[in-house]
Structure formats: structure tokens, C-alpha cells
Design a protein around this ligand. Structure first.
Ligand code: HEC
Length: 184
């Protein structure tokens, strides 16, 4: 009986220890107006594209978002195109999404960037970058996909035509030969 109590106590202790340790709620403050004003556009671009790793190892934004220049084959399509986001959202709203601390959150991004929060500096640089793309043309992906499909179809037709260039003729010759033999 005594042993069971001990075991129970150990189990509870382990649960508390690991249960609390597994998913620490990391938080970072939303970038201040001052930090955003000093945001480094070029560094923001590198963070967005994944050329420079995020400090807490969050995934690069372009995995889910397009922004102007990363364009055509670049960004992912899970999130909205962010080319002109700064004309729709102000700094406070953008910092809110990126820090998960305020009222404007993305249900898709929140769990990821709560585990891997963006530092204040990273938020500021990313916001500066998102502002810099304002007014750039948004790439038209549908047109691109259509164009690539048409090209691939034509390409496939040409290649198949070449590979099987003698096939029809030889099948026909065999048939003709056979018919001639049967007639004779
Ligand atoms: C796993 C995919 C994913 C990643 C990675 C991601 N986002 Fe998002 N983001 C989304 C989705 C999806 C939305 C739209 C809201 C929703 O459905 O959650 C969104 C919304 C946003 C919005 C708000 C858009 C609006 O219209 O209000 C901003 C700003 C934004 N993301 C910026 C970023 C930045 C900057 C990064 C990189 C640090 C990033 N996102 C990384 C998926 C992602």
C-alpha cells in the first residue's frame, strides 16, 4: 500500500515536471512604435525569405505568404498575399499578429509563433519590409499555372510524337503485310 502511494507521488511529480516543461508559453512583447520606425527593411526581407534564420527558429514567412518580389514561384499560398498589407493594417495591428499578444491574431500562425516567438527586433524588421513592398504588383499565379500547364502539354506531345514516330507506320505495315499474305 505504501509503495503505491510512493509510485503515485513520483508519477504526479514527473507529470508536473514534464507537463510544464513540454510546452512553455514563450511570449515576446509586440514591437514598439520606436522599434518599428527603426526597422531594417533589408534584414526584414532576409528573415521573410528565410535567407536569415529567425532567432527562435520559427519557419520563414514565405512558406505561407507571397510578397511582391518573392513572387511568381516564391511564396506559399496558405496565407494571404502580403504585398499591400501595410495599406490595410497599421503598425499596431501588424505587431499584434506577429507577437500574438494583442487582439489581432492569426489562428494558423499563433500556435507556431507562440512556440517560436519573433523578437521585437525581428517584428520591426519584418514590418518595415512589408511596408516597403506596398504598391508592387502582386504576381498572378493562376495565369502562371495555366501557362506552365500549356507549355508542358505541348512539350509532352512533341516528346511522345518523337518517341513513337515510327510506331504507327510499322503497325500499319505489319497489318498490310498480314492482309497481303492472307489474300495470297
Ligand atoms: C504556417 C503558415 C504561415 C506562416 C509560416 C506565416 N503565416 Fe502569416 N498568416 C497565415 C495565415 C493562414 C493567415 C491568415 C489568417 C489565418 O487564417 O490564420 C496569416 C495572416 C498574416 C497577417 C495578417 C494578414 C491580414 O490580412 O490581416 C500578417 C501580417 C502575416 N500573416 C505576416 C506573417 C509574417 C511576417 C510571417 C513570418 C514571420 C508569417 N506571417 C508567417 C499563415 C502563415
Amino acid at each position: 500500500m505504501k509503495e503505491r502511494k510512493y509510485l503515485l507521488a513520483i508519477a504526479c511529480f514527473t507529470f508536473l515536471l514534464f507537463g510544464c516543461g513540454v510546452a512553455p508559453e514563450l511570449k515576446s512583447a509586440p514591437a514598439s512604435a520606436e522599434a518599428i520606425a527603426n526597422g531594417d527593411t533589408e534584414h526584414g526581407r532576409k528573415l521573410f525569405m528565410g535567407y536569415v534564420h529567425l532567432e527562435q527558429e520559427g519557419p520563414p514567412c514565405m512558406g505561407c505568404h507571397n510578397v511582391g518580389e518573392n513572387g511568381i514561384l516564391g511564396g506559399g499560398a496558405l496565407g494571404p498575399d502580403l504585398t499591400n498589407i501595410s495599406s490595410e493594417r497599421n503598425d499596431i495591428e501588424l505587431a499584434s499578429v506577429l507577437s500574438n499578444n494583442r487582439w489581432l491574431k492569426s489562428p494558423v500562425m499563433e500556435p507556431i509563433y507562440t512556440q517560436h516567438p519573433l523578437t521585437e527586433g525581428e517584428q520591426a524588421d519584418l514590418i518595415a519590409f512589408m511596408k516597403s513592398s506596398n504598391g508592387e504588383p502582386e504576381p498572378d499565379k493562376e495565369l502562371l499555372v495555366l501557362g506552365v500547364s500549356i507549355l508542358l502539354t505541348i512539350g509532352a506531345a512533341v516528346v511522345l510524337g518523337f518517341v513513337y514516330r515510327n510506331r504507327l507506320r510499322s503497325v500499319r505495315r505489319a497489318l498490310v503485310n498480314k492482309a497481303e499474305k492472307e489474300l495470297l
